[in-house]
Ligand binder design. Structure first.
Ligand SMILES: [Zn+2]
Length: 254
């Protein structure tokens, strides 16, 4: 089973250029286009359950809106816009630094405030997905196995205690993933994990390295026509590939 669901991945909504920030008016523009185009937001958990054959059908034009790091100012800048346009998003929190600062960043971005436990509970109560972005935001591929396990399992446990509900989605810090990291994530109880590969066609084999569309491409205003064309290419490409079916696969083998 395959599913076409572009994952649009963001860090911040702001006009200060820190951490690949997208200006609020541009973000609002994207949301307006998506609503106009009949796009519906889904969580990574929904994508994972769909791929696992749980019988859950995704809407025909599904997207996921992901925010990494959980910057506190998203509450003022992104949340009202998501509400206004009727979208839900996935927020990935660094469990060991709730209410802290993004110390892993460079320069002025190191001082950006992160959401605390109350903020995460508020988001979850409003229907947004909360996922783990590890415990300390270190590159998981470089860690000894016991520390890797702690980053995955402890962060999940802390967030589950904060929220009082299962946490099943993970976003790898810096998008760094290796086969043993993906296997450890699955063993730690996650249903899915998001990397930073480019793409939008997901299948069971990519459940622990879901691909994304980088927000760097979304920092400027685009017309609705261009957004429609852009989304259309993603959806249609997958549909064409499916329609071609065996013929396509045979050709690729030759
Ligand atoms: Zn991050």
């Amino acid at each position: 089973m395959k599913v076409r669901a572009p994952i649009f991945y963001f860090h911040r909504v702001a006009s200060d250029n820190l951490e690949a920030a997208v200006p609020a008016e541009v973000f609002a523009d994207h949301l307006a286009h998506w609503r106009e185009l009949g796009v519906q937001s889904v969580s990574l958990e929904q994508i994972a359950r769909h791929l696992n054959g749980g019988g859950l059908l995704l809407p025909p034009r599904a997207i996921n809106i992901s925010f990494d790091d959980c910057y506190a100012d998203l509450l003022d800048r992104a949340l009202p816009l998501l509400d206004e346009y009727g979208f839900r998003a996935s927020f990935f929190a660094v469990a060991g630094h709730l209410g802290g600062r993004s110390y892993w960043s460079q320069g002025a971005a190191r001082e950006l405030r992160l959401m605390n436990a109350d903020h995460l509970r508020q988001l979850a109560a409003q229907g947004h997905e909360i996922g783990s972005h590890s415990f300390h935001h270190r590159s998981l591929t470089w860690l000894p196995l016991d520390e890797l396990w702690a980053e995955l399992a402890d962060s999940r446990q802390v967030l589950e205690q904060v929220l009082g509900r299962p946490v099943v989605a993970l976003a790898y810090p810096f998008g760094d993933v290796a086969p043993w990291v993906a296997e450890a994530a699955e063993a730690a109880g996650y249903l899915t994990a998001r990397g930073l590969r480019r793409g939008n066609l997901h299948c069971r084999h990519s459940l622990f390295d879901l691909s994304v569309i980088n927000s760097m491409r979304l920092r400027d205003r685009v017309s609705q026509g261009k957004m429609a064309h852009y989304l259309g290419r993603w959806y249609e490409w997958g549909a064409r590939k499916e329609a071609l079916g065996r013929r396509w696969q045979r050709r690729r083998k030759m």
